[in-house]
Structures are given as structure tokens and as C-alpha cells.
Write a protein that binds this ligand. Structure first.
Ligand code: COS
Length: 382
């Protein structure tokens, strides 16, 4: 449900100030320590960031997709690790429940997700099922009024902090592909569920991904999300939405980098003048700005279409594809504009260069987005 314009502007202004005054000064610290300070997380909870997308009746802010994207752009103007602290609660960790949960499931979990007391994770990827996510091998075998889960998941964001996992597991081993997969809400404290150590990553230190292993985990039947065999479709619809959110974050990071480039290029002098006066530098700034504007337009247009009830699988894939590739190019040009300083850690540009690399991979690689876009375009005949 959309906010009135004044409330929306106030929210965006509040998030912008939080990013500028509170988060930006902590970027280097979070990166060096690979940890998110507890007091920052507490402030995020107070601001309602964990519940941006959760319906108001469960204590969330109930933002429309367009509003969520506007907020995500603001959050993109700092290290993406900060957004990741609540990103799963807003997106892939909660939206299966919001879209497909029963009233009982929603009443049980959504208030805690909105407040940030329950951290959520989305467990789809496996060692042998990444881009081919319909081939999940984790098994859920029905045994009376429980499903018994066995298998392992890989690279699961926020798994180390999660209290509740949305897990895609195969309920019908005789049905290959997505049709044999079901989705489950799996509380962290069920016996047999274990979480591995956070992986060492290229970027986004302070955000974590881990393996999750299920060893005869007994999940009550009432924790199944949607009908048996519908789990793959649950996952795909969650990802359609998540891809838009990520596109907006990419736009925000690009805007941040452009601002930093303009500031640096206006200060840095070579050949007796600010390097911003050189047309070859201006060309790089113009390319960055043009691409960021284009990604923002595509993202917001797609968000509005989704808010209007239209199917946006193809458009969300196009937005994610373009915005994530765009921010990669912008980060590369930012290093170039900063020159030697772009390569030195103190300036933070090389950190963004590493941070943005994952946007082209998670929630569907660029190549998967191309597959989705091409299939749909061929189906539509143009
Ligand atoms: N919304 C609703 N339903 C969808 C859907 C969507 N976005 N995408 C696919 N489906 C449905 C299809 O309609 C089909 O239904 P029927 O069996 O009733 O016809 C079913 O799901 C299977 O679809 P499809 O045949 O397209 O499945 P594929 O195995 O070919 O896989 C891709 C499709 C490649 C697009 C999918 O596996 C994918 O997105 N992979 C990447 C996953 C990903 O993003 N991983 C990141 C990890 S999570 S952070």
C-alpha cells in the first residue's frame, strides 16, 4: 500500500540522513572488522528498516514496490553490507511468507520479522543447484505430520544470524525439475539444523553467507509454504521481486560513486587545473550518469508496473541485468577517475569496486537474467 507523498518524503529524508550521518562514517570500520555494530542494527530496527515491505497489520511499513525501491536507492549510497543486515527480512527471506503464507503463519512470524527480532534467510542454492535452481536435491520426506529434511544449502545470506529459513526442498523425487519442489518455513532451533562458518568473500565485509545443513530436521506440516510442489514457483516469484530491489540498490551505489567522482575530480589538479575540466574525464562522468539514470528509470518503471498488478518477470530481470552491469562499469570508471587513489584502500573506491561485483551474480547471474529476458521476449514475439 502506498504512503501519502509527505510521509514517503519524510521516510526517504530520514533514511538519507541515517545513511549520511550514521552509516557512511562506519564504512571502513565495518569492512575491516567484518562485523555489523549492534547499536547500528538496533537503530535500523527503530527506523523500521527490517519491516519496509511487511504489511502494516503485522507491524511493517507496508511500502509499495516503488517506495521500497526509492528507499533502496538511498541505502545504496553507502556500503551494501549495511543493507544486507535487513535485506533478507525485507526481501527474499520474508516475501515467500508474505505472498504465500497462511494467516496463521503470517501472524506467527511477520511481526517479529518486521521488528527485526526474527532474522530471516532464503535457502535455495545448493552445491549442485545454483543457476539451475529447479534441480535442488535437499529432500523433504513426509512422515505423518512432519516433513523430514536432509541435505545442504550453500552461500545463504545472513544464515549465521537467521532465526527462520525459507527452504526449498524436493518433496517428490520422481518429479524432476521445479514441479517436485516445495517451500518450508524452518526455524533455526529445530534439532539437526546446523550453520557453517561465514565464507571469506571478495567484498561486502560485514555481510555474511554460510552453508546450512539439514540432518533429519523434522519440520511440522503446517510450516509448508504454499501447496506441495509449488516451492519452485514460490522461489521464482520471490526472486522477481528481489531482483527489483537489488536493481535499486545498484542505482544508489552508482549515484554515490558519481558524487564521489565529481567531488574528487573537482579537487584533484593536474596540468594546472582540476581534472574535472578535462573532456576525457567528463566523458567518463557523463557515461556513468547516463547509465545510472537509465537504470533508475527502468527500475522505477518496473516497480510501478508491479504495483499496478502487472507481471514483471521479464522487466525485473532486465532491470537487474542492466543495473548490476551498469554499477560494475561505474565502479570501474570511478577507480579510473580516482587514478592511484582509486586503488588505495583509504579512499574507499576500491572497496565499492569489490562490493558491487556480487550484484552480477546473486539473485540470478547476468546470464540467467539474459535467459529470462530472451525466453519471454521470444514468447511475446518481440
Ligand atoms: N514466476 C512464476 N512462475 C515461474 C517463474 C516466475 N518468475 N519462473 C518460472 N516459473 C514457473 C514456470 O511457469 C514453470 O511452471 P510450469 O511447470 O507450471 O510450466 C516452472 O516454474 C518451471 O519454470 P522453467 O521451466 O522456466 O524452469 P527452469 O528450470 O528452466 O528455470 C530459471 C528457470 C533458469 C529462470 C530459474 O532456474 C532461475 O531463475 N535460476 C536462477 C535462480 C537464482 O536466481 N538463484 C540465485 C540464488 S537465490 S539468492
Amino acid at each position: 500500500m502506498a504512503l501519502d507523498a509527505e510521509t514517503r518524503d519524510q521516510l526517504i529524508d530520514t533514511v538519507r540522513r541515517f545513511v549520511t550521518e550514521r552509516l557512511r562514517p562506519l564504512e571502513a570500520q565495518v569492512s575491516e572488522t567484518d562485523a555489523m555494530p549492534d547499536d547500528v542494527v538496533a537503530e535500523m530496527k527503530e527506523l523500521g528498516l527490517f519491516g519496509l515491505s511487511i504489511p502494516a497489520e503485522y507491524g511493517g511499513l507496508d511500502l509499495s514496490m516503488e517506495e521500497e525501491c526509492l528507499v533502496a536507492v538511498e541505502l545504496g549510497r553507502t556500503s551494501p553490507a549495511f543493507r544486507s543486515a535487513f535485506g533478507t527480512n525485507v526481501g527474499i527471506g520474508s516475501q515467500g511468507l508474505v505472498m504465500f503464507g497462511t494467516d496463521e503463519q503470517k501472524a506467527k512470524y511477520l511481526p517479529g520479522i518486521a521488528s527485526g527480532d526474527i532474522i530471516t534467510s532464503f535457502a535455495l542454492t545448493e552445491p549442485e543447484a545454483g543457476s539451475d535452481s529447479a534441480s535442488v536435491q535437499t529432500r523433504a520426506t513426509k512422515d505423518g505430520d512432519v516433513y523430514v529434511l536432509n541435505g545442504s544449502k550453500r552461500y545463504i545470506t545472513n544464515a549465521n544470524k537467521a532465526h527462520l529459513f525459507t527452504v526449498m526442498a524436493r518433496t517428490d523425487p520422481n518429479k524432476p525439475g521445479g514441479g517436485g519442489v516445495s517451500a518450508f518455513l524452518v526455524p533455526r532451533d529445530l534439532p539437526g539444523l546446523s550453520v557453517g562458518k561465514p565464507e571469506k568473500k571478495m567484498g561486502q565485509q560485514g555481510a555474511h553467507i554460510c552453508d546450512v545443513t539439514f540432518d533429519n530436521v523434522r519440520v511440522p506440516v503446517e510450516n509448508r509454504l504454499g501447496a506441495e510442489g509449488e516451492g519452485f514457483k514460490v522461489a521464482m516469484q520471490v526472486l522477481d521481486r528481489g531482483r527489483l530491489h537489488i536493481s535499486a540498490v545498484c542505482v544508489g551505489v552508482a549515484e554515490r560513486l558519481i558524487t564521489d567522482c565529481v567531488a574528487y575530480a573537482s579537487e584533484r589538479k593536474q596540468f594546472g587545473q582540476a581534472i574535472s575540466q578535462f573532456q576525457l574525464v567528463q566523458g567518463m562522468i557523463a557515461d556513468c550518469k547516463t547509465e545510472a539514470l537509465a537504470a533508475k528509470a527502468l527500475t522505477m518503471e518496473t516497480a510501478r508496473k508491479r504495483d499496478a498488478g502487472q507481471g514483471v518477470t521479464m522487466e525485473a530481470a532486465a532491470a537487474k541485468y542492466f543495473a548490476s552491469e551498469m554499477v560494475g562499469r561505474v565502479a570501474d570508471k570511478a577507480v579510473q577517475i580516482f587514478g592511484g587513489a582509486g586503488y588505495v584502500a583509504d579512499y574507499g573506491i576500491e572497496r565499492f569496486y569489490r562490493d558491487v561485483r556480487i550484484f552480477r551474480i546473486y539473485e540470478g547471474t547476468s546470464q540467467i537474467q539474459q535467459v529470462v529476458i530472451a525466453r519471454e521476449t521470444l514468447k511475446r514475439g518481440g
